[in-house]
Design a protein around this ligand. Structure first.
Ligand code: 5GP
Length: 201
């Protein structure tokens, strides 16, 4: 049976990656989303164990010390991290896993899991990103400027990713399918398919 592949998906705040991912998972429910742990407060409608595991700083720091996290980073004053538990067992069972994490965490995963595949999702340009951030209506002027500055820094890391995809306005389904195609293509790399040779001996 084929082994699953660990995929990293990053993109600036406001790039629409959440919507693209929800389209991807609803069409391809066999893909596993890795639920992260965070110390930030839940937003209205977010559920523990579904969107995030919401924990205290003390709890988070205990897990760092116990080596329970594959990676972690601070973002906007809070801890965010990926629990190691479960990921390996999904991969062994042939299930692809997606980590939706920011750039610093992504770099840690690429160091530790050499066969992970990193994809960056970007808006078409900085003007569109600003429009989308304002359109949310939930961010203050200060927070919008902060996120735009962070976005520029994050996009500069694009060459460290294996792939990048543009989330064109109103084309989230196309973007989700493009990501799915990349995931399938990765499984057909000869490093994953060479076993077929034994059937021709
Ligand atoms: P938000 O607070 O908007 O849900 O997430 C803020 C940022 O944290 C996003 O860029 C998101 O990709 C990132 N993030 C979410 N989970 C993790 C994680 O487990 N590790 C890291 N390094 N970043 C994460």
């Amino acid at each position: 049976m084929r082994r699953g592949i660990l995929f990293i998906l990053s993109g600036p705040s406001g790039s629409g990656k959440g919507t693209v991912l929800s389209r991807l998972f609803s069409k391809h429910p066999e893909i596993k989303y890795s639920v992260s742990m965070t110390t930030r407060e839940p937003r209205p409608g977010e559920m523990h164990g579904i969107n995030y595991y919401f924990v205290s700083r003390e709890d988070f720091e205990k897990r760092i010390n116990n080596g329970e996290l594959l990676e972690y980073a601070t973002f906007d004053g809070n801890y965010y991290g990926t629990p190691k538990k479960e990921i390996e067992s999904f991969l062994e069972r042939g299930i692809d896993v997606i980590l939706e994490i920011e750039v610093k965490g992504a770099m840690q995963v690429l160091e530790r899991a050499k066969d992970a595949v990193a994809i960056m999702i970007t808006p078409p340009d900085i003007q569109t990103l600003e429009k989308w951030l304002r359109g949310r209506g939930t961010n203050s002027e200060e927070s919008i400027n902060e996120r735009l500055t962070t976005a520029k820094e994050e996009i500069r890391c694009l060459p460290k990713y294996h792939y990048s995809v543009i989330n064109e306005e109103s084309k989230q389904d196309e973007c989700a399918e493009l990501i799915y195609s990349i995931m399938q293509a990765e499984h057909h790399k000869t490093v994953h398919t060479s076993k077929i040779m034994s059937k021709f001996e």
